[in-house]
Design a protein. Structure first.
Length: 348
């Protein structure tokens, strides 16, 4: 029996293919790709963008080097609804770790923020001239699955940072911290104090890591303190004013909780400062804890109890995973989990 030969190589979609599918000229497609929208009508632009997405067209770097050449470049896309995505301490630490490792190995890093609903239609992603991607995703599971599908069609190595659902797709690696475990450790810390009423604060934007740490916390509290009650408040954003408004509205209609868990330190500190303004003693009357443990936590008093995040190391490990992948045919590991640890402060 004759062994099957290698699969035929797929022909790369060209600008002429897109033009033919959209029934326009190649120059019109070029105008759309390069943002020269003043030369293209709205209906025509949408038709071209639709065919670009359907055909999975990517800019061919014929004038700048072949697509198959090794560019020594990595892209990171932060899928976030907020415009100030790099002001988030976690994102900034990940990008720093990623950038520094890549720099030491003479690779460049391209950073792009993209709202979740625009990702699958983004020409930026289609035209990123990179060897591989890192992506930090927000949004519900179905939306994140759509983003992964878009990434798979790019036919490049991908590292998903802080993703909790392993996609059934080749050439994808996940690098994350043990958020669920961190939530359980914090629950153990609170449960030892036999507290009965808990308030959890988390953002409306669905971040898989935050959902994991909150789920881990709530599951452990219910197991360790079956009589405990847990209320969850969502904040419109993670900004200081939004956090204080949300917590103040909760306190207007509920009794003071025994403990507050902010799903990150920003949320916890915002709640703590509101209670302090109301002369509520911490930790005497209310115990408070956060998550991530970045430098900014040290500017508030009392020092917030938190779970320490290895965010910078996550960025480093993501870069190392891609560099290893570039040197071989597959990722050595597909699910890298970094440990977290509790740092008891002065608020519990």
């Amino acid at each position: 029996m004759t062994a099957p030969g290698p699969a035929p190589k797929r022909r790369r979609v060209t600008i002429k293919d897109v033009a033919a599918a959209a029934n326009v000229s190649p120059m019109t497609v070029s105008n759309v790709i390069n943002g020269r929208h003043q030369f293209v009508g709205e209906a025509t632009r949408k038709a071209v963008e639709k065919e670009i997405a359907r055909l999975n067209y990517r800019v061919q770097e014929s004038a700048r080097g072949l697509r198959t050449s090794y560019r020594r470049s990595v892209g990171i896309a932060i899928v976030d609804e907020t415009q100030t995505f790099l002001s988030d301490h976690f994102n900034a630490h990940v990008v720093a770790g990623l950038s520094n490792v890549l720099s030491r190995h003479n690779h460049t890093l391209l950073v792009q923020g993209i709202p979740p609903q625009q990702f699958s239609k983004s020409l930026v992603i289609q035209n990123f001239a990179v060897d591989g991607f890192c992506v930090i995703m927000s949004g519900p599971p179905a939306r994140r699955a759509e983003i992964v599908d878009t990434l798979v069609r790019l036919d490049q190595p991908v590292v998903l940072i802080q993703e909790t659902t392993a996609p059934r797709a080749p050439d994808i690696c996940i690098v994350r911290q043990d958020d669920a475990g961190g939530g359980r450790v914090l629950a153990d810390h609170f449960a030892a104090r036999r507290l009965a009423r808990y308030l959890v604060i988390k953002p409306e934007t669905e971040w898989p890591a935050i959902e994991a740490r909150v789920d881990g916390f709530c599951e452990a509290i219910r197991r360790l303190v079956p009589e405990a009650s847990i209320d969850i408040v969502r904040t419109a954003t993670e900004d200081f004013d939004s956090v204080q408004r949300s917590v103040a509205a909760y306190l207007d209609s509920h009794a003071l909780p025994d403990a507050i868990f902010g799903a990150n330190d920003r949320l916890a500190i915002g709640a703590m400062l509101l209670l302090q303004a109301k002369d509520i003693a911490i930790p005497g009357r209310v115990r408070i804890a956060g998550f991530n443990g970045f430098e900014s936590r040290r500017y508030a008093r009392p020092l917030i109890t938190t779970v320490m995040s290895p965010a910078y190391a996550i960025g480093e490990r993501a870069a190392e995973a891609l560099l290893e992948r570039f040197a071989g045919d597959s990722f050595r590991e597909t699910d890298v989990v970094l440990p977290v640890h509790l740092d008891p402060g002065e608020t519990t």
